[in-house]
Design a binder for this molecule. Structure first.
Ligand code: 6PG
Length: 244
C-alpha cells in the first residue's frame, strides 16, 4: 500500500525528503557499505538537492560510498540546459565529495537506442556485483508531471509496455523529443521509491493517479508498484487540492 505524506509547501516537503535520503543512505551503507540512489529530473527536486548539499545535511551522508544514477534523461548533451544530469551537478554533485566513478550518468548525448542499451548493460553489471538480477536501487527519487507521467514514461508512449529491458529509449510525441528512461520493471525493482509532487498544476493528475480508475496507459505514475519495496508519495498541500 502506498503511503501519502502531505506537507504545507515544497520547502517542508524537501526537508522531509532529505531526511529520508539520509536515513536510507545511512542504513544501506551500514549494511553493505554502498548506497545506490536514482535521481529525478525536472524542477521539483532542486530544493531537495540543495538541502543535501548544505551543511545541515551533507555531513550526515558518507558520500564516497554513494552511487548516483538517474531515473530518466533528456536526449541532450550533459551540459545542455535541459539535462537532468546538469541540474543535479549544479545543485548537488559539484558540492559533495562523490567519487567521479560513482556518478553513473545516462548518456543522453548518444543515439537514443544505443544510449539506452549502454545504460541497461551498465546497470546489469553494477547490480550483478550485488548478486542482484534486478536493479534494486536502495532509493529511487521520482517526480510526476501534470499529465501523470513519471520518469520519462509519458501517456501513450511505447516504453510503458516494456517488460524486459531496464532502460528504454522513448520517443515522446507531445515533446517531439527522445528520452532515456527506466522502464516499469526497473522502477518497481527498487527497495524504496519516493515520489515528490508539488504545485496546483499537479492536483488533477495526482487525484487521477491515486483515486481514479486504473489506467496506467493514461496515468503512467499508476505503474509505480514496487515488487518488494516501499512507495511513498511526498506531496504538498497545493497538489492535494482535489485528492484531499
Ligand atoms: C524529467 C523528470 C520528470 C519530472 C516530471 C515533473 O526529466 O522531467 O524526470 O519525470 O519528474 O516531469 O517535473 P517538475 O518537477 O519540473 O514538475
Amino acid at each position: 500500500m502506498a503511503e501519502r505524506l502531505i506537507f504545507p509547501d515544497l520547502d517542508s516537503l524537501a526537508q522531509a525528503a532529505a531526511e529520508i535520503v539520509v536515513t536510507s543512505a545511512q542504513a544501506a551503507i551500514a549494511a553493505r557499505e554502498r548506497f545506490s540512489i536514482g535521481l529525478s529530473g525536472g524542477s521539483t527536486p532542486r530544493p531537495l538537492y540543495a538541502l543535501l548539499a548544505s551543511p545541515a545535511y551533507a555531513p550526515r551522508i558518507d558520500w564516497p560510498n554513494v552511487h548516483v544514477f538517474w531515473g530518466d534523461e533528456r536526449c541532450v548533451p550533459p551540459d545542455h540546459p535541459d539535462s537532468n544530469y546538469r541540474m543535479a551537478r549544479e545543485t548537488l554533485l559539484d558540492h559533495v565529495p562523490l567519487l567521479p566513478d560513482n556518478i553513473h550518468r545516462m548518456p543522453g548525448e548518444r543515439d537514443p537506442e544505443a544510449g539506452a542499451g549502454a545504460y541497461d548493460a551498465h546497470l546489469r553489471l553494477f547490480f550483478a556485483a550485488d548478486g542482484e538480477d534486478v536493479p534494486r536501487f536502495d532509493l529511487l527519487l521520482l517526480g510526476m508531471g501534470g499529465d501523470a507521467h513519471t520518469a520519462s514514461l509519458f501517456p501513450g508512449t511505447a516504453a510503458l509496455g516494456e517488460t524486459d529491458r531496464w532502460v528504454a529509449a522513448n520517443y515522446v510525441e507531445k515533446l517531439g523529443a527522445w528520452r532515456l528512461t527506466l522502464t516499469p520493471p526497473a522502477l518497481n525493482a527498487a527497495a524504496e521509491i519516493v515520489v515528490l509532487v508539488s504545485g496546483a498544476d499537479k492536483a488533477d493528475a495526482l487525484d487521477a493517479v491515486l483515486n481514479g480508475p486504473t489506467d496506467p496507459g493514461r496515468y503512467p505514475a499508476q505503474l509505480l508498484q514496487p515488487e518488494n519495496g516501499r512507495l511513498r508519495w511526498l506531496v504538498d498541500r497545493a497538489a492535494t487540492r482535489q485528492s484531499g
